[in-house]
Ligand binder design. Structure first.
Ligand SMILES: NC(=O)c1ccc[n+]([C@@H]2O[C@H](COP(=O)([O-])OP(=O)(O)OC[C@H]3O[C@@H](n4cnc5c(N)ncnc54)[C@H](O)[C@@H]3O)[C@@H](O)[C@H]2O)c1
Length: 453
């Protein structure tokens, strides 16, 4: 048994230094090795076993579906969730009490971190420094400054970091990416994306379990690096409504759309962002806005228009439209449609105001006649609409399985720290523009929002 443990630890301990480094850093080669034996099990601990972990199709289900991976421990700041999570592992996982004890246990190979956002940096850095591979829920960061130390910790300790924006592991996004990369859309200049909701009680005002008290909730552990405040079950269970723990719509919802856009377009960071955000409806309960509109310009040559409201979802709940000169990729209502454009000249309404003779001569010109007709297709261009729906395993299950593929093969993760940092940083630019009431620019050399005089 000890021999097996040693050998698994030895395998998992091999260097992956640099695999999560920012692109500008020269990464040492990854030494990859097959597992010691097909039965070699990876032992996992979960820090924060809340709704994302325990809900249907959530992280627990996803990790339990990965062969030869075992959830052996959990920790959480609310006792009720620990008990429920242990029950969901049929008693196989144990309660570590707090994450320091879990991270000190050499039997734990990898951890899943799914706490409120303000704890992501501190927990991920501690876990990576303790030699664990880390699957960290999105958004990777609560603030832009959180990102670089997390990437550096993965690199320094030779550990893998994967961020949990599962959309990029979906078939539909893979298909959209293929269509864009094949050139079928022509030149993409505008992307529109939305993330809308409307619920009776109000977005993020989740019910509070009746047994939650100062005895069953570890308030200090929840606060972590956040400002000290009196015990509040509202803050603890509805943390997304407060700036101390969340970035609201931009970091909670737009970060999914931004990750998708970066992935589909091979984009890195917007150069300029301007946004507005207001709390029109939930003034008593939410510090963060319930309606956000943002415009982002990318140096790769396209613009993005993001919008979200918590006050209506009838017209468009969530999705995106990628608009190219020769076609569009439209993802709405769970369905992806790839749609060709039929660009025709359409100048007749202007030319009809010319002297009659000139109008006639204009339309007799063979070049004009050709341009007025659709159909001179480049073979790469789309001919007809195609529709795709997600099939097979859910994207969370695939994303999780891909993390453990990386852990076993010691190969880079599909969404590494640098990628997660950039998607979250773009979301933070949106909030910064809202706060400053003006456009903000990305200073690529400083890796920060440009300071204004
Ligand atoms: N990828 C997705 O689609 C998706 C969906 C939902 C949530 N999320 C992300 O997952 C994370 C968790 O969200 P959630 O909805 O599950 O929130 P949640 O409040 O339901 O769960 C968070 C859990 O963390 C626990 N916690 C707080 N402080 C802790 C500490 N110091 N140590 C250990 N546990 C602690 C809380 O008690 C709670 O059980 C967030 O970062 C969120 O953005 C991602």
């Amino acid at each position: 048994m000890e021999k097996k443990r040693m050998s698994r630890r030895h395998f998992l301990g091999r260097s992956v230094a640099g695999v999560t480094g920012l692109a500008a850093t020269r990464a040492p080669l990854v030494w990859s090795a097959p597992p010691d034996s097909p039965n070699d099990r990876i032992q996992v601990g979960i820090i924060g076993v809340g709704a994302r972990v325990q809900s249907a199709s959530g992280l627990l289900e996803a990790v339990q579906a990965v062969p030869a991976v075992e959830v052996v421990g959990v920790c959480d700041a609310y006792r009720g969730r620990v008990e429920r999570a242990i029950a969901r592992t049929q008693g196989n996982a144990r309660d570590y009490g707090d994450c320091v004890r879990m991270l000190a246990d050499p039997a734990i190979d990898a951890v899943i971190i799914s706490t409120p956002d303000h704890l992501h940096r501190i927990l991920a850095v501690q876990a990576l420094s303790a030699g664990k591979d880390v699957y960290l829920e999105k958004p990777m960061t609560w603030a832009i400054e959180d990102g670089p130390p997390m990437v550096a910790a993965a690199q320094k300790h030779g550990r893998l970091l994967q961020i949990g924006s599962q959309g990029m592991s979906s078939k539909t996004q893979e298909t959209a990416r293929e269509r864009i990369r094949s050139g079928g859309l022509g030149q993409v200049t505008l992307i529109r994306a939305t993330y809308n909701r409307n619920t009776r009680s109000g977005a993020w005002l989740y019910p509070i379990p009746p047994d939650a008290t100062e005895k069953t909730v570890d308030w200090e552990a929840f606060l972590g690096p956040a400002p000290k405040r009196p015990f509040s079950l509202e803050r603890f269970f509805r943390w997304r409504c407060y700036w101390d723990y969340s970035g609201g719509i931009a970091t909670d919802l737009f970060v999914h759309l931004l990750t998708t856009i970066h992935f589909l377009m091979d984009a890195r960071m917007p150069s300029r962002v301007v946004a507005t955000g207001q709390n029109y409806r939930y003034k008593q309960t939410h510090e963060v806005p319930d309606t956000v509109n943002a415009l982002l310009e990318y140096p790769e040559g396209f613009a993005v228009n993001l919008s979200s409201t918590f006050n209506n979802e009838a017209a468009s709940d969530s999705g995106f439209e990628i608009l190219g000169t020769e076609g569009a990729v439209i993802f709405r209502g769970g369905q992806l449609v790839v749609k060709p454009e039929s660009p025709v000249e359409g100048n007749d309404w202007v030319v009809s105001s010319w002297p009659e003779q000139l109008e006639r001569a204009y339309f007799e010109d063979p070049k004009v006649r050709a341009a007025e007709r659709p159909g001179s297709w480049d073979p790469r261009m789309l001919r007809e609409s195609e529709a795709f729906s997600e099939q097979g395993r859910g994207s969370t299950a695939v994303h999780m399985a891909r993390f453990f593929d990386s852990v076993r093969a010691r190969k880079p993760t599909v969404q590494d720290g640098a990628t997660g940092h950039r998607a979250a940083a773009a979301a933070h630019m949106i909030n910064e523009s809202i706060r400053r009431g003006r456009m903000v620019e990305w200073d690529a050399s400083a890796g920060a929002i440009r300071k204004v005089a």
